[in-house]
Design a protein around this ligand. Structure first.
Ligand SMILES: Cc1cc2nc3c(=O)[nH]c(=O)nc-3n(C[C@H](O)[C@H](O)[C@H](O)COP(=O)(O)OP(=O)(O)OC[C@H]3O[C@@H](n4cnc5c(N)ncnc54)[C@H](O)[C@@H]3O)c2cc1C
Length: 430
């Protein structure tokens, strides 16, 4: 093998790439972090709730020092119908005290992570797009970006959901449309005082809405609305196969979502400052193929590490968790001078032993459960039809809940056996 320029080349300065690069530099390895965006985070888009347990293992003062928006201690899960909605509102002091989740804007937090990398000695190269992998026989030995070639003992593919590196190395084929969703997100400016007043939150804390039903016009997926300091992150994640099947366009579904009375009152007066679309992995554990090759490891979205359970969308904490496992595996492989797939296998073991591998496995049935189309219409309507007569105190004689529920179920296209089946699947999947 020709002499390497660096110990490790990391491609992609999202959460997965920056956290991997930082830890490798801390081990004393020479690392270059290559990002196609003009700055780290400039091309990245997330709903915006980052679960903090993994990132705090690497940056213990993350919450105090990183540019976070609000601490999320309040969660609302809402079934939306065309002209009604039913939800659960949860606040927990333990979430507040532990700062277990925060809202972030990627342009800010990725830039901060890249700065930590630079301070740790990583050479950060923004504005460079990696085009191909360099191979010697069956070993990956570097990358090519335009005319330039860079060689390293190990290449880390942290290039996101569409990872060309994973495909170039023959570790992935193009995912099927039922394994991917399109995420669309807007950032809306609203002053902090109005956010705190409207969402009933303090200056430091915030709320995350998980929305399901009419928000996606029946398309598999759901909506989210998160409070930042003086902006709101609002968006949808829509399953690609269902979008095509229903003949709907993302932008039209998004307009419908924003115009819904629930969302309209929450975003009233807010001004659009950012808008973007991005693919999201939806296949869960089934999408994870090989994550290690000779001279190459995949981390974060490139390794298929996203979990959508309908209640939470996770990717950033899994990206950080995979980075921790990768840094350990790569460090060990370089130390024993074996960067073949078997030398790098410690990454795989560390990943599968960590919360990342375990959670991917726990929620292996979630994607299938979320394909139940009754979740996006009939279930929400049924719950609203049970509650309506409870609160509509007209002059008709009252009925017990059991009778109301039986009547609502009789009138619903959703039959008891289907409801029971979906309920059972949900309990098993989530
Ligand atoms: C709408 C939406 C909502 C989401 N909501 C949440 C949420 O609330 N919470 C959560 O935890 N997760 C959420 N996710 C998932 C989360 O955003 C991803 O899982 C996470 O960003 C993965 O991080 P990553 O570092 O692996 O990839 P990315 O953040 O995608 O970073 C990849 C980087 O690689 C760079 N790159 C790509 N190709 C090249 C190349 N050829 N050369 C150089 N650089 C390259 C890109 O520019 C980018 O900076 C959401 C995703 C979407 C789309």
């Amino acid at each position: 093998m020709s002499e390497p320029d660096f110990d490790v080349i990391v491609v992609g300065a999202g959460v997965a790439g920056t956290v991997t690069a930082y830890q490798l530099a801390q081990q004393g390895l020479s690392v270059v972090l290559i990002e196609r965006g003009e700055t780290a985070g400039s091309k990245n888009l997330s709903g915006g709730i980052m679960y903090t347990h993994a990132i705090k293992q690497v940056f213990p003062n993350f919450v105090e020092e990183a540019p976070i928006e609000r601490k999320i201690d309040r969660n609302r899960i809402v079934f939306m119908n065309a002209d009604s909605w039913v939800g659960i509102d949860s606040f927990d002091q333990r979430l507040h005290e532990g700062t277990t989740a925060v809202t972030v804007l990627r342009a800010h937090v990725d830039a901060w992570l890249a700065e930590q990398c630079e301070n740790a000695g990583v050479m950060v190269m923004p504005g460079v797009r990696v085009d191909t992998l360099l191979k010697e026989g069956n070993q990956i030995v570097g990358i090519q970006a335009g005319e330039d070639e860079l060689r390293a003992r190990v290449v880390v593919a942290a290039d996101g959901v569409n990872s060309f590196i994973a495909r170039d190395a023959g570790l992935r084929t193009k995912p099927s449309t039922d394994q991917q969703a399109v995420g669309v997100k807007a950032v809306l400016k609203l002053d902090a005082a109005t956010i705190e007043d409207r969402f009933n939150v303090g200056p430091d804390n915030g709320v995350g809405y998980a929305l399901v039903g009419d928000c996606s016009q029946g398309v598999g997926g759901g909506g989210f609305l998160y409070t930042n300091k003086d902006t709101l992150s609002v968006g949808l994640v829509l399953r690609l196969d269902d979008l095509v099947k229903k003949g709907l366009r993302t932008t039209d579904v998004f307009d419908h979502f924003l115009a819904h009375p629930l969302v309209d009152q929450l975003i009233h007066g807010a001004e659009l400052v950012e808008y973007g679309c991005h693919l999201v992995n939806e296949g869960g554990e089934h999408m994870m193929g090989q994550i290690v090759h000779n001279g190459l490891v995949l981390v974060g979205d490139a390794a298929g590490l996203t979990l959508n359970t309908g209640l939470t969308v996770r990717g950033m904490d899994l990206a950080a968790g995979s980075a921790i496992a990768a840094a350990k595996g790569i460090g060990e492989a370089i130390a024993k001078n074996d960067v073949t797939a078997s030398g790098l296998a410690a990454y795989k073991t560390a990943l599968y032993d960590s919360f990342v591998g375990q959670d991917m496995h726990t929620y292996v049935k979630a994607p299938h459960f979320l394909e139940n189309d009754v979740m996006y219409k009939e279930v929400g309507e049924l719950v609203a039809n049970v509650l309506y007569p409870v609160f509509n105190l007209d002059t008709t004689p009252r009925k017990h809940m059991m009778k109301i529920a039986t009547q609502a179920l009789k009138e619903s296209p959703l039959k008891l056996t289907r409801l029971g089946k979906v309920g059972l699947e949900g309990v098993r999947a989530l």
